[in-house]
Design a protein. Structure first.
Length: 142
């Protein structure tokens, strides 16, 4: 895992083999990063599920006879996380937007999209925390 300091937020990229066995690694990393951003437990679970579905969707597009890497990138902002899941593909591919994976992903994420080109298939999703922002002028507790 590589962490670099961007303008006010860290960006994280995780590279794993393009294999279904590594979905748990992506889900666990996602949960840890979302917890760091003070997401609610419900939001974290929704995000874990959505990342698992993005992983499954990407693997469906990957050629079965080629063992490659799956890249998962995380862009972190206060109360917001954007996740990209990308895999190498042969030519242009188009996912089934009626599939269970896409329906779950697009329902749970605040925003979801996909792109195919330049030999890669990428799913991008953004989740915004439902946690209430801290009240700046709240009276001190007694």
């Amino acid at each position: 895992m590589t962490t670099t300091d961007g303008p006010g937020r860290p960006d994280v990229e995780l590279r794993v083999p393009a294999d279904g066995a590594f979905a748990s690694v992506l889900r666990t990393t996602t949960a840890g990063l979302a917890a760091r951003l003070d997401f609610t437990i419900d939001d974290i679970e929704d995000l874990r599920i959505a990342v698992g579905e993005a992983h499954a969707l990407a693997l469906e597009q990957a050629p079965a006879d080629v063992v490659g890497d799956l890249l998962c990138g995380f862009t972190l902002q206060p109360g917001r996380i954007t996740v990209t899941v990308s895999v190498a593909v042969d030519g242009a591919v188009e996912p089934d937007l009626q599939s269970f994976a896409w329906q779950v992903l697009s329902t749970l994420a605040s925003e979801a999209d996909w792109v195919s080109g330049d030999g890669r298939f990428t799913v991008t999703m953004t989740m915004t925390s439902s946690a209430l922002p801290p009240v700046a002028d709240a009276p001190a507790a007694l």
